[in-house]
Design a protein around this ligand. Structure first.
Ligand code: NAG
Ligand code: NAG
Ligand code: NAG
Ligand code: NAG
Ligand code: NAG
Ligand code: NAG
Ligand code: NAG
Ligand code: NAG
Length: 606
């Protein structure tokens, strides 16, 4: 404890630390832990999902991609001044989840050029880039050329957009030597064994890739000081374990550093004393920092008995942290390039009118921070207030209906204050509309929700590819593994708080526990509780004047969950197929409907 406190620096000096987006809130000053630098240092982003403008309603994450460009530049300058190296990594899911990407037509009109401005040393693809033909072709046509040999695709092919020929999306691996230290690195870029991709891409399961000749040759290379495996892969996953074991089988003690993603959490896994994996959260909330010290280099061999030192820090994405870690201030920190990119983001947001306000929320509505059901739960709000108003088809309005939405279709909280065009995309970024099956016997339809929510046992046994936990938000998957042990999570961390009671109040935020302990977050925060949510929520909507339950009812659902709904019908001995389904509310999706609801109901709160 005493040791740890030595690293805590209280920053009390008040200096202007404005982030570059005009509406971005200033970060709140907070006690920070210092970084431990090494021979080689890394900055890591993952699952940014279009949040390149930063968070305009949360001071802790208010820096934008331009600020991050200044940060990585200053960090590299600092490293190189000390003869050390710094590499920048991104592990995919750069798209879908924020107006900056989703609100343009075509989608992503502005984001490719913005992302390209960052000097990224290693980059790979996430599952979101592969759901639609167009987005994977955009990777191939735009991002791969933009990043050249830094873009890796170890287990991912694409059908060439013109010739149809199956080819690697990008190079399979990269061997290079770092500039300052001369560390010889063998790098790979993976995606987990994802199967929901459009058929113009092909993902090879990791267990097959490790048997490929090119992979075996690469890992047999003895002239390697560090294996670097980046991937859109959770750090606690069978895929990373397979890669770890494959490399360890032939290189018993060469250090291995993994950078992962996909589950939207901060996490750090130790495989052995020389192998660690870092996952750096989501949505531009976190810049992951990793350092390694004590590696062999092309000119200096370190005894194998000496384990290198690995250190990780989860940096809150705000200017206060950026200034602290670079030891610079508002005058000396920004680079012209970073400021130009912030301007570019600002211009894109203006073109897309993302600040257009539909209405104002009277209170915060949480996905996980409030218990479900409760009046602070975004899902209770949807169920009780929104769905009954929006799920109305002019041709079926006199018919009772059950409206179902999967909780994973909602991606973010709603904050008290303006609900903008951007908010609509942030809360509901998917293009999903509604579909329905008409006149379903009520006694059976009323059992659907239980089946969809019983943790998948029923459906999973019928069809292994349709597990019902897939319907819940991705963050919840890690709740059951190690970060969260029960539905009420993140216990009060007294260790961290007691010595600081006399210090300025801490703000709520990440208080991560991982394989290296509980000192990983750069900013000291008070913990935030997290509650479990069901896979699917439902509203029964009856026409006026109806009394009692109807005999038959329309089952209306967000189209993403159709395979699960049809399977659940099958379990109930109802023989419906896709031919029995039809569009409900032509031309609308959850995003447009939410925007209309807010306009009609929250306009007066502003
Ligand atoms: C696909 O993306 C390209 C490049 O951004 C764009 O020109 C095209 O209109 C998009 N097509 C669709 C169907 O969105
Ligand atoms: C891929 O899917 C499209 C429909 O999205 C279909 O028309 C095409 O035949 C499929 N191609 C292959 C090779 O299966
Ligand atoms: C920033 O740091 C520089 C150099 O240390 C100093 O001259 C300047 O006054 C500082 N500016 C602010 C706004 O604190
Ligand atoms: C920043 O933008 C200005 C004005 O467009 C341009 O002259 C300058 O070269 C840019 N600087 C960098 C480093 O990109
Ligand atoms: C929500 O608030 C309403 C009235 O404000 C109350 O009647 C209801 O019981 C509350 N629901 C929950 C789940 O707390
Ligand atoms: C629904 O009922 C109302 C009132 O009885 C009627 O005016 C309207 O035409 C009905 N709509 C449909 C689609 O049947
Ligand atoms: C929902 O539909 C509208 C209108 O068709 C479209 O502009 C919008 O992009 C769609 N929402 C999403 C998240 O794609
Ligand atoms: C949370 O857990 C408690 C006990 O562990 C249980 O009583 C409660 O019903 C759970 N709440 C939810 C929303 O699952």
């Amino acid at each position: 404890m005493v040791d740890r406190l030595n690293f805590i620096v209280l920053l009390l000096a008040i200096s202007p630390v404005l982030a570059s987006q005009p509406l971005a809130p200033s970060p709140v000053e907070a006690p920070l832990r210092d970084l431990t630098w090494g021979q080689i240092n890394f900055l890591h982003t993952t699952d940014t999902h279009g949040w390149h403008a930063g968070h305009l309603q949360e001071p802790s994450y208010s820096a934008d991609w331009g600020d991050y460009i200044s940060f990585s530049t200053r960090m590299r300058e600092k490293a190189e001044a000390n003869g050390q190296d710094l590499l920048v990594i991104d592990t995919g899911d750069r798209i879908e989840g924020n107006g900056l990407y989703d609100a343009s037509d075509p989608k992503g009109e502005y984001t490719f050029d913005i992302i390209k401005q960052q000097h990224i040393d290693l980059i790979c693809t996430g599952n979101h880039e592969l759901y639609k033909r167009n987005s994977s072709e955009n990777e191939f046509n735009i991002n791969v050329p933009n990043f050249g040999s830094s873009y890796l695709a170890s287990n991912l092919d694409i059908m060439h957009p013109e010739t149809g020929e199956q080819i690697p999306l990008a190079p399979r691996f990269k061997k290079f030597t770092t500039r300052k230290q001369g560390i010889r690195i063998m790098a790979f870029g993976f995606i987990y064994d994802f199967t929901g991709n459009e058929n113009n891409t092909v993902i090879q399961p990791v267990e097959d890739t490790v048997k490929e000749t090119w992979f075996q040759e690469a890992i047999w290379d003895r002239e390697v000081d560090l294996f670097l495996v980046i991937g859109h892969v959770p750090v606690r996953s069978p895929e990373f374990l397979e890669l770890y074991q494959a490399i360890r089988k032939v290189q018993w003690d060469t250090p291995i550093q993994f950078f992962g993603g996909h589950t939207h959490i901060r996490d750090y896994k130790k495989y052995d004393a020389k192998s660690f994996a870092l996952e750096s959260g989501r949505f531009m909330e976190t810049i992951g920092f990793q350092s390694i010290d004590g590696l062999s280099t092309s000119t200096k061999t370190v005894q194998t008995s000496a384990a290198p030192k690995f250190s990780r820090t989860y940096i809150d994405n705000n200017m206060f942290s950026f200034h602290h870690h670079t030891q610079l201030n508002a005058t000396t920190f920004p680079t012209e390039h970073g400021q130009n990119v912030s301007k570019e983001i600002r211009a894109a947001r203006e073109h897309l009118q993302l600040d257009t306000t539909y209405g104002c929320a009277e209170q915060n509505l949480w996905m996980f921070r409030a218990e479900y059901p409760s009046n602070s739960s975004i899902f209770t709000w949807l169920e009780q207030r929104v769905l009954p108003d929006i799920v109305v088809d002019k041709n079926r309005m006199n018919k009772s209906r059950l409206a179902m939405v999967n909780t994973g279709g909602i991606r973010f909280d709603i904050f008290k204050g303006p609900f903008t065009r951007d908010s609509a995309y942030i809360v509901s970024p998917f293009t999903s509309g509604f579909r329905y099956v008409k006149d379903v016997p009520y006694d059976k339809a009323s059992k659907l929700l239980t089946i969809l929510n019983n943790n998948g046992q029923v459906l999973q046994n019928m069809e292994p590819s349709l597990q019902s936990w897939m319907l819940a938000p991705i963050e919840q998957r890690s709740f059951s593994t190690h970060v969260f042990t029960q539905n009420v999570t993140v216990p009060h961390n007294e260790d961290l708080q007691r010595p600081l009671l006399s210090e300025p109040d801490l703000t709520p935020g990440y208080t991560t526990k991982d394989d290296a302990g509980s000192d990983g977050d750069d900013t000291l925060h008070t913990p935030i509780a997290s509650y479990r949510v069901p896979n699917v929520i439902q509203s029964q909507i009856d026409p006026p004047l109806q009394s009692g339950d109807p005999e038959t009812i329309d089952v209306v659902y967000i189209d993403f969950i159709q395979p699960w709904v049809l399977l659940a019908f099958q379990f109930l001995d109802l023989d419906y197929s896709i031919d029995d389904t039809a569009i409900y509310m032509e031309g609308e999706n959850l995003t447009t409907l939410l925007a209309k609801w807010v306009t009609a109901n929250w306009k007066d709160n502003c």
